[in-house]
Design a protein around this ligand. Structure first.
Ligand SMILES: [Zn+2]
Ligand SMILES: [Zn+2]
Length: 255
């Protein structure tokens, strides 16, 4: 394993470049609140070089902890566990195992099956996860590892976006996050991005659903150079105004 210097800024840049972290946008979250940033973890994994690099940073953080196995929650945690264990292993000397936890039948807790339970019982285990929002899944994996007699040595995450502390995730001895992000959000009624017509992000989050629900209030500005969030003055008459490209103009939508 090479010693690598990874800073939070470097990681953020890489995540931005592959659209895993979106900033300066206009996002509708699942909660219905609006905000300007979004973490799209699924965008990381198709890029194996980046995934490997991020997991190498995990491995480096826990290199001296004598980790014997790495585990993550299915499905994304499988990828992280594999790469992290790969970087923690020393060829021909020491193999670090990679396994995963899966959702139990109750759909809530996590269990370790497929013989992996016997494989990591009594071993020093590193738990990996991509994004901590509430820390719920990570905590359940920590509990699942302990339930089968594994010794949790720590938790490594790509992004801690909820200000989660070790206490929130089962008092893990060490919590390491490559990036700490504070994502501000606000109610739709008090969204300054809506007020100023900032284009809605329709690719991630619930932007499309919001627009559908508010179709009597908002429309996408037909000006191809703008595509901002315009609003109807009189939908029947087809008149609207766009705060971005023509704030003082009442226009007619002839689409
Ligand atoms: Zn908004
Ligand atoms: Zn416009």
């Amino acid at each position: 394993m090479l010693m690598i210097q990874i800073t939070e800024e470097k990681v953020l840049k890489v995540l931005r470049d592959c659209n895993a972290v979106i900033t300066d946008s206009h996002i509708v979250y699942t909660s219905g609140k609006h905000g300007s940033a979004y973490v799209n973890k699924d965008a990381v994994y198709p890029h194996t070089k980046i995934t490997s690099w991020l997991c190498e940073a995990f491995a480096w953080q826990f290199a001296k902890q004598g980790i014997e196995a790495v585990i993550g929650p299915e499905k994304r945690g499988i990828i992280l566990a594999q790469w992290t264990a790969h970087h923690l292993s020393c060829p021909r000397i020491r193999e670090v195992l990679a396994v995963y936890a899966e959702k139990a039948d109750d759909g809530e807790s996590f269990v370790i099956k497929r013989g992996y339970d016997k494989l990591i019982s009594g071993k020093k285990v590193l738990v990996v996860e991509d994004v901590l929002t509430t820390g719920g899944s990570a905590k359940k994996v920590v509990e699942a590892v302990r339930a089968i007699g594994g010794k949790v040595a720590g938790l490594a995450v790509l992004c801690n976006r909820g200000g989660i502390t070790p206490k929130d995730v089962g008092e893990v001895p060490k919590l390491f996050a490559l990036v700490n992000l504070k994502l501000d959000s606000w109610e739709e009624d008090s969204c300054h991005l809506c007020d100023t017509g900032v284009p809605l992000n329709l690719d991630v989050g619930k932007g499309r659903e919001f627009l559908e629900r508010k179709k009597d209030t908002y429309l996408i500005c037909p000006n191809a150079k703008c595509r901002g969030l315009a609003y109807w003055i009189d939908k029947r008459a087809g008149t609207f105004t766009c705060p971005r490209c023509a704030p003082n103009e009442i226009r007619k939508n002839n689409q």
